[in-house]
Design a protein around this ligand. Structure first.
Ligand code: NAP
Ligand code: F7E
Length: 357
């Protein structure tokens, strides 16, 4: 018998698209701990793109196959063969800035991708539960007052945000129109040592690690006045699982409720290693977006009422990432971190201000 056929009695089967990503890898670990059989979909690349999940292959309850959200038959084939109880659709073109450069691909992956899964479920597997990874980017430059909840106005500012809002409405339509268990998590920014290297928090922690080991002399960034509500991916995958276990499908904001600017994140991280960020940060127009979302802060009261609580705050998350990146460069974090906090970490610094568009 092969992996697709073996199963313990009562063992739940979960399919994760985007399993090679930050959230997919943590979710796979979490579901395996819960006793699930987990199948992941990975997309073919010309380099190894499985480093976040390589450690899972020793587990007989884990496997992954190739597929692509833009190749609908590849995803349908996996669903047909694996017969999951739960599908977690985490695959996505997840870089907001890049979505301005590849808008059509972004829509195909992030909006048509989930639509095709929903159609398959509707026609062939209506008992299968479906989770859609939505985003606080759907609020965009909303007229609602922060913090944003499930009822706030939605006015996305990027092809990424629009693609996620299209998927959000499609999921709702399939839930209401066809009675599917199709549910959505509206997740605010969440980070970890597995965060993609082009997102701002990871750029900061990797950049500092490179400066410390003498491999870089500056860190180039875009709009550091933007404000985000940063949580930890490990906390957020628990929320995702909890959303899927509710008696009714719906929409849930997942956030910490604590928002800070990129500037504050910089000051905190540089301060942790006793450096003054003003000396290293260069504002580069290249990293500005045609449209920006200036302020995102979430109100997660709905999921908090179900018992979910984040264990990490933004500072714990950033410190863990910085320690990880210093270590990855072959250095001992304790050599630098816990350095007495400098003045620049305590007081706002005067980095050259730039228009936020
Ligand atoms: P991530 O690290 O960028 O992972 C995205 C995953 O999607 C990767 O496994 C990627 O494969 C896969 N993927 C991309 N395009 C694909 C395609 N055409 N076909 C199949 N797989 C494809 O993102 P993440 O942080 O884990 O986020 C997971 C999901 O939540 C994404 O949909 C993201 O948009 C959404 N989200 C994230 C956040 C956040 O702050 N992290 C917040 C709200 C929503 P490769 O490994 O080959 O690139
Ligand atoms: O940018 C600003 C940038 O790319 C955060 C994705 O997971 O969360 C993420 O999207 C802020 C923005 O994340 C640089 O302009 C300044 O205002 O880390 P980010 P994001 O765009 O908020 C949402 C919820 C998702 O759903 C997405 O999938 O930081 N910023 N300078 C910069 N951002 C980047 N990437 N690089 C810079 O140099």
């Amino acid at each position: 018998m092969n992996f697709m056929e073996t199963q313990q009695p009562q063992q739940k089967r979960a399919l994760i698209t985007g399993v090679t990503g930050q959230d997919g890898s943590y979710l796979a670990e979490f579901l395996l701990e819960q006793g699930y059989k987990v199948m992941g979909i990975i997309r073919r690349a010309s380099y190894f793109n499985t480093k976040r999940i390589d450690h899972l292959y020793v587990n007989p309850d884990f496997d992954a196959v190739y597929g692509d959200m833009t190749d609908h038959t590849s995803v349908a084939n996996v669903i047909e063969k694996f017969k999951p109880d739960e599908i977690y659709n985490l695959a996505g073109m997840s870089q907001v800035g890049v979505s301005f450069e590849v808008p059509v691909y972004t829509m195909e992956t992030n909006a048509l991708g989930p639509l095709n899964i929903l159609e398959y479920i509707k026609q062939h597997a209506p008992q299968t539960k479906f989770y859609q990874a939505s985003s606080s980017e759907i609020f965009g430059a909303t007229g609602s007052q922060p913090p944003f909840n499930e009822h706030s106005e939605m006015k996305p500012q990027s092809p990424y945000g629009v693609s996620k809002l299209a998927a959000f409405h499609l999921v709702r339509n399939y839930r209401e129109g066809y009675g599917l268990f199709a549910t959505t998590g509206i997740l605010f920014n969440h980070e970890s040592p597995r965060r993609g290297e082009t997102f701002v928090t990871r750029k900061i922690t990797r950049g500092i690690a490179a400066i410390l080991r003498g491999a870089a002399t500056e860190l180039r960034l875009g709009n550091i006045e933007a404000v985000r509500d940063w949580g930890h991916s490990k906390d957020y995958v628990k929320a995702i699982h909890s959303i899927m276990q509710q008696p009714q499908a719906g929409e849930y904001v997942v956030a910490t409720g604590d928002a800070h600017s990129v500037r504050e994140a910089l000051e905190y991280c540089f301060g942790l290693v006793g450096l003054d960020c003003q000396k290293y940060v260069v504002i580069d127009k290249k990293y500005f977006r045609p449209n920006e979302v200036p302020y995102l802060e979430g109100d997660a009261s709905k999921i908090r009422a179900l018992g979910w609580r984040p264990e990490y705050d933004w500072k714990m998350t950033l410190k863990e990432m910085l320690e990880h990146d210093i270590k990855s460069g072959g250095e001992e974090p304790s050599k630098y971190i816990n350095f007495p906090v400098t003045e620049s970490a305590e007081k706002p610094t005067e980095l050259a201000s730039v228009p936020t568009q």
